[in-house]
Design a binder for this molecule. Sequence first.
Ligand code: SF4
Length: 169
Amino acid sequence: MDITPTLIAYLHLCHRKIWLHAKHLRMESSSDLVAEGRLIGEITYPQRAGKWQEIDLGIGKIDFFDAKTNTVHEVKKSNKKEQSHIAQVKYYLYLLEKIGVENPRAVIEYPKLRIVENVEWDSETDSIEVEQWLSTATNILQGTCPPKMSKSKCKKCSYFDFCWSGEED
Ligand code: SF4
């Protein structure tokens, strides 16, 4: 199975979430949080489409890529920085390097926080780390559905109702 950038992000959030998503159990389309994220990207940066290009990596799409500086621009609607965001863009950088893009880098923008996170790529160390993520993800997807996380960590997850409906608090 192809490991998409979304799956790498989910790997860093919850092993059950990556498994459910990979099995095509999708809850995101009905999630207001995901819809809100898309909207923030479109409203905050309407000029981007003309400035930077979209790159289809086959297993995922980079919406905004600056080919002059080999920089991926990623927008996150989140109220906090998360390791899953960095993991996702590092996977983009890994894939870009694989197709011959030299010295790729990324910028993660958080409009709600008004901050920007720069993500650099170290070909030697980062590629090893990404390959470990791919291996872990593959092992999870070959197994049975992983257990739930503690409920306190699930509140904003799009699978919350799926995992917790009918459960006592
Ligand atoms: S609701 Fe919790 S256990 Fe279920 S997928 Fe989301 S984070 Fe994982």
